[in-house]
Write a protein that binds this ligand. Structure first.
Ligand SMILES: NC(=O)C1=CN([C@@H]2O[C@H](COP(=O)(O)OP(=O)(O)OC[C@H]3O[C@@H](n4cnc5c(N)ncnc54)[C@H](OP(=O)(O)O)[C@@H]3O)[C@@H](O)[C@H]2O)C=CC1
Ligand SMILES: O=C(O)C1=N[C@H](C(=O)O)C[C@H](O)C1
Length: 254
């Protein structure tokens, strides 16, 4: 059987992640980049079609999304409705939005992937945190990102907090007064998350667990956006074989 070339469009093709993903797809055997979208892009057709109008994107097998939290839901709704298999890296989707997209994908019998983090170190951190939370239920998350990140907390931190909450037997329950609002972070499912934004950082996360007389810290660092590309590649290789909209790279790892 002849393996057909899979066509790809990238929403957010001019961004930090979008540019790396353009390089990835252009150099990936068996894949062809046919379109890129960004609202401030100057339209061009030389190598592949670049447009600032979503509706001008050509039809393709895969829609990769690295845009902004404010538009990702509408983008993926559009992608699924138009028959693209979505590979979603953009943060900011709420749990109910993910469910709505999963329902839409199911009605279209279309597979896709939403990955809060494409980096292996972050995916493993979440799994280790889930395991540790069984024995150390009292935990807090600290996430550190570059100063241009639009949303806080990060999608990865939210996924980490949910994983901890799902596996622990009880939540942190301390009697405290915040004399400065926000001093104790923001809580997701009872797990405090502290968000740091500083130049020089890319994407990093630490989970601190405390128990009587001992503590455990798990940390991951993405020093470079290249760290996400093996996950994006794997997602592109598998997404057209999926028949549901899967959440989490760990669910498609071999
Ligand atoms: N899941 C993962 O592993 C990772 C996820 N991310 C997430 O990916 C997203 C993008 O990150 P990053 O590349 O650093 O961000 P950038 O700010 O560098 O890029 C954003 C891209 O989105 C485009 N954009 C801006 N506004 C809109 C809009 N209204 N509609 C459509 N597109 C828009 C920009 O286009 P223009 O230049 O024309 O404004 C640009 O191409 C973020 O949500 C981030 O959290 C990031 C790293 C890893
Ligand atoms: O904005 C980023 O940079 C990142 N965003 C994702 C998130 O919100 O978790 C993934 C990674 O942390 C990098």
């Amino acid at each position: 059987m002849i393996n057909q070339v899979k066509t790809v469009v990238i929403a957010g093709c001019t961004g930090s992640m979008g540019q790396q993903t353009v390089q990835l797809i252009q150099n990936l055997p068996g894949f062809e980049l046919v379109g890129g979208y960004a609202p401030h892009a100057i339209p061009q057709t030389s190598d592949y079609l670049v447009t600032n109008q979503l509706a001008e994107l050509p039809q393709a097998d895969i829609w990769i999304d690295f845009t902004v939290p404010s538009v990702v839901f509408q983008n993926i709704k559009y992608a699924i409705t138009h028959g693209y298999h979505p590979v979603v890296g953009t943060s900011g989707l709420s749990t109910s939005e993910m469910h709505e997209l999963q329902t839409l994908a199911a009605t279209k019998e279309l597979g896709g992937l939403i990955a809060p983090n494409f980096g292996l170190s972050a995916v493993l951190l979440i799994q280790f945190a889930k395991q540790a939370a069984k024995y150390f239920p009292e935990a807090e998350v600290v996430e550190m990102h570059h100063q241009d990140k639009q949303d806080a907390p990060s999608g990865t931190a939210i996924a980490t907090a949910k994983a901890i909450s799902a596996s622990r037997t009880h939540a942190n329950d301390y009697d405290e007064i915040e004399t400065i609002p926000g001093a104790r972070g923001g809580k997701v499912d009872g797990v405090p998350i502290h968000s740091i934004r500083l130049p020089g950082y890319v994407a990093h996360e630490q989970v601190l667990f405390g128990g009587p007389g001992e503590a455990l810290t798990i940390r991951q660092d993405s020093f470079d956006r290249q760290s996400f590309m093996s996950g994006v590649r794997l997602a592109c290789q598998k997404v057209t074989d999926l028949n549901t909209l899967v959440v989490g790279l760990e669910n498609i790892l071999d």
